[in-house]
Design a protein around this ligand. Sequence first.
Ligand code: ADP
Ligand code: MG
Length: 287
Amino acid sequence: MDFTLELKNVFFKYSGISGSDKNVLENVSLKLSKSECIAILGPSGSGKTTLIQHFTGLLKPVSGHVYFNGRDIWTKKFPFKELRRKIGLVFQFPESQLFEETVFKDIAYGPQKLGFTDSEIQNRARNAMQAVGLDFDFFSHRSPFKLSEGEKRRVAIAGILAMNPGMVVFDEPTAGLDPGGIRRFEEIVNKLLNYGTSVVLITHNMDFVALIAQRVILMVKGRILFDGRPIDLFNNSELMKVSGLEVPGVISFLKNLKKPLPETINRSGGLDELLKRVKKINHDLLE
Ligand code: ADP
Ligand code: MG
């Protein structure tokens, strides 16, 4: 990720018939500048989907600012095209937006719009399909509508990846997926991270957060109540309670062991330490 995105004191409310007078985002500030995996947590209706739509200028703050590389995106002549190429948004149930007659055409749609050559488009489609685990030769000429739900979702994700974004934002990507689908999604995220792409995901899947997120942002009623390391949130029982979150199974399992966790888990190494420990426990149990 070779850019920074910053929200400063953003307030937002929906106007019009469907809107109401209450703020949906209230004084939200956050900065995204590192290639890492960030989970956005919070109850339904807390403003998560509204928040990510501010990242690419799909929604405009009522007050406050959104900066892309230090430049306010709501100033004149701001290059939205460039911003939207850098940040890919994958909305909930993205498969509902598939429309072309073949998988290839659907994935190629974005790069085609950007005016790339045929060979570049072909390359991008191949790479994107590889990243989501779809075999190019097997899938590219098939109709997206005849695939399984999980495959459809991967086609939709590939369409975003084919734009080569520096950051991909997923809105509840594992909703409705079976455990296999969730595992495959985890692989996609790992590939993106290895590639240096930043990943932001809105999710309710706490085990997934424990396994994969390096930073969590907790939203409740339009406000950011926590922004930091997952383990520090899990250990904050008051915040967890207030926001109705459950401690991930793997964490409570470790906490309930007779031997207490070494303090270091909470101080440094976080996830690595945790995984090593889980592996060791598994090993011990199997022996
Ligand atoms: P989340 O993604 O955390 O579930 P949302 O951002 O979707 O939360 O919604 C936050 C609040 O804004 C909710 O009260 C919701 O009803 C309201 N809201 C969301 N979208 C719209 C819309 N298009 N028009 C009016 N109100 C909306
Ligand atoms: Mg939402």
